[in-house]
Design a protein around this ligand. Structure first.
Ligand SMILES: [Zn+2]
Length: 189
């Protein structure tokens, strides 16, 4: 037997996921944004100079007080990039969220604030879940995230807060998602 219909698993191929950059890495198990497995994690204490993430007891987390305390401690290793910052530096983006019908990009816009708040919540659970970029023009904002789950979560949060329409394209068994949220009424002036 064997071949395409072997009982070992599904036939693999580009399929719908072929539109995305295919990424197969050990950290794929991080989808959805659940706490990562500490089994293979290194021991020791680290802090990230980039985002102030703290690595202690085999987990990354965010806490400014912990950062301030550990940053001074002699046994702490200061690194330039935690895994989340590394994905941003590598432009290793797994989620794309498009907002349609929005005004010009403005950090004070409630939709913008909701995106940032969602990142802060998500990275509490999975520090690799980060908002990497927001680019915008009147009518359309483009958001890149370092996990698929974060893009999905942001879209869901926008719809919860502001209504509108949500479409989620998330090929199964990948950590990749394309999400679009369309405002209930256009805010473009
Ligand atoms: Zn970092």
């Amino acid at each position: 037997m064997g071949g395409r219909f072997s009982t070992k698993g599904y036939a693999t191929g580009p399929g719908r996921a072929g539109r995305f950059k295919q990424v197969y890495r050990d950290d794929v198990q991080l989808y959805p944004d659940t706490p990562h497995d500490a089994g293979a994690a290194p021991a020791g204490v680290m802090v990230c100079a980039g985002c102030h993430a703290v690595y202690e007891r085999k987990h990354w987390h965010f806490n400014e007080a912990d950062f301030a305390r550990l940053h001074q401690a002699p046994e702490t290793l200061t690194i330039e990039r935690c895994p989340g910052c590394q994905r941003i530096a590598d432009r290793d983006f797994r989620g794309e969220l498009t907002l349609v019908g929005v005004p010009a990009l403005d950090p004070l816009d409630p939709r913008h604030q909701r995106l940032v708040a969602t990142e802060v919540q998500a990275r509490e659970t999975n520090p690799i879940a980060r908002l990497a970029e927001i680019n915008g023009s009147p009518g359309r904002w483009q958001v890149s995230t370092t996990t698929a789950a974060l893009a999905v979560r942001m879209g869901t949060e926008l719809q919860k807060a502001f209504g509108g329409q949500l479409t989620i394209d998330k090929p199964p068994r990948t950590d990749l998602a394309r999400v679009q949220w369309t405002a209930r009424e256009s805010h473009v002036r």
